[in-house]
Design a protein around this ligand. Structure first.
Ligand SMILES: Nc1ncnc2c1ncn2[C@@H]1O[C@H](COP(=O)(O)OP(=O)(O)OP(=O)(O)O)[C@@H](O)[C@H]1O
Length: 280
C-alpha cells in the first residue's frame, strides 16, 4: 500500500500566495488594494517592498502580520497558516508604539512581562537590550524626554527583545533626519546580520531599500497593485551605509530599479491629477 505524500513544511518565514485584498469603501462599493500578491521570504533574508503611495505596501505587511486577512489567497509563516496575529513576528511602525506613561525600560520589558517572564528577569534582559542599542543611560526616561533617534532605538529593543523570527517594519525611519536615519540603518543591519531573522521592510526610499536589502520588490500603481519587479541586491556585506551610495554597483542597481519604479510613480501621479481635475 502506498502512503500519501506528507506535506513538506514551507521553508518560508513569510509566504503569501495569490493574496488579494478588497476593502469596502464608504460609498458602499469596494476597492481592490492589491491583487495576486506572491511574497516569499526565507529565514534570515532582508526584503524591502517599495512602491508608489497607495500601492498596498502596508496592506501586504498587515496580512503578513495577521492583522488583516486576505480576501482571497493564503498567508503562511513557517508552513503554518496565519489565522490571527502572527506570533512569529514583531511589528515596527512608522509612528512609535511606545507607551507615554511608561519609562524606557518598562516599555522595553513589556513584551516579556506580557509573555509571563518574571519581572526581575525581564528587567535584566531589558537592560541588556538597552545597552545593545545605546540606551542604557536613559532606562528611566519617559518617551517625551527622548529624541526621534532615541525613540527608534527603544522601539528596536522593544521589537527584538521577544526574539521574533520575523521583523515587519513599516517605514520605521521615515520621520528621522537624514544623518540619524543612516546611523539607525547601520545599527539595524549590524543587529540583523548576526540574528538569522527575516525582515520585511517597507519604505518610500529606494536608496534605503537597496542599501539594506538582499531583495527589493516593486509594487505597481493601484488600484489592484501587483508585484511588477523583484531585484536581487548583490552588493557584498558587510555594507557601510554611510558610504554605500557612492559605490558604482549601488549606482548601477539604483538606475535599473528606478527605471521600473518611476513608471509606476508616474502612473499614480497622473491618476491623482485626473482625480483632482474631476473634483475641480
Ligand atoms: N481599511 C481600509 N479601508 C479602505 N481602504 C483601505 C483601507 N486600508 C487601505 N486602504 C486603501 O488601500 C490602498 C492601499 O493602502 P496601503 O496603506 O496599503 O498603501 P501604501 O502603499 O502603504 O501607502 P503609502 O505609501 O501612502 O503609505 C489605498 O488606496 C488605501 O486607501
Amino acid at each position: 500500500m502506498t502512503h500519501p505524500a506528507r506535506a513538506q513544511p514551507s521553508p518560508y518565514a513569510v509566504d503569501l500566495s495569490a493574496c488579494t485584498k478588497e476593502f469596502a469603501t464608504p460609498g458602499g462599493g469596494s476597492y481592490f488594494a492589491v491583487r495576486d500578491i506572491d511574497l516569499k521570504v526565507e529565514p534570515g533574508r532582508f526584503v524591502s517592498i517599495v512602491g508608489p503611495t497607495g500601492s498596498g505596501k502596508s496592506t501586504i505587511l498587515n496580512m503578513a502580520a495577521g492583522l488583516l486577512s486576505p480576501t482571497s489567497g493564503t498567508v503562511r509563516s513557517f508552513g503554518e497558516p496565519v489565522n490571527g496575529v502572527n506570533r512569529r513576528a514583531s511589528y515596527m511602525f512608522q509612528q512609535d508604539a511606545l507607551l507615554p506613561w511608561k519609562s524606557v525600560i518598562d516599555n522595553v520589558s513589556l513584551g516579556l512581562t506580557m509573555a509571563g517572564v518574571p519581572k526581575v528577569e525581564a528587567r535584566s534582559e531589558s537592560l541588556r537590550w538597552l545597552e545593545k542599542v545605546g540606551m542604557r543611560k536613559f532606562a528611566d526616561h519617559y518617551p517625551h524626554q527622548l529624541s526621534g533617534g532615541m525613540k527608534k532605538r527603544t522601539a528596536i529593543a522593544q521589537a527584538w527583545i521577544v526574539d521574533p523570527d520575523i521583523l515587519l517594519m513599516d517605514e520605521p525611519f521615515s520621520a528621522l533626519d537624514v544623518q540619524t536615519r543612516q546611523i539607525m540603518e547601520n545599527e539595524l543591519l549590524q543587529l540583523w546580520s548576526e540574528s538569522g531573522k527575516a525582515v520585511v521592510f517597507i519604505t518610500h526610499d529606494l536608496d534605503e531599500a537597496i542599501a539594506l536589502s538582499d531583495e527589493v520588490i516593486i509594487l505597481g500603481a493601484g488600484p489592484g497593485s501587483t508585484v511588477v519587479g523583484s531585484y536581487d541586491i548583490t552588493i557584498p556585506r558587510p555594507r557601510d551605509l554611510l558610504d554605500i551610495r557612492d559605490d558604482p554597483k549601488f549606482v548601477e542597481i539604483h538606475r535599473e530599479i528606478w527605471g521600473r519604479l518611476k513608471v509606476e510613480v508616474s502612473k499614480t501621479y497622473a491618476s491623482a491629477q485626473n482625480d483632482e481635475s474631476d473634483v475641480a
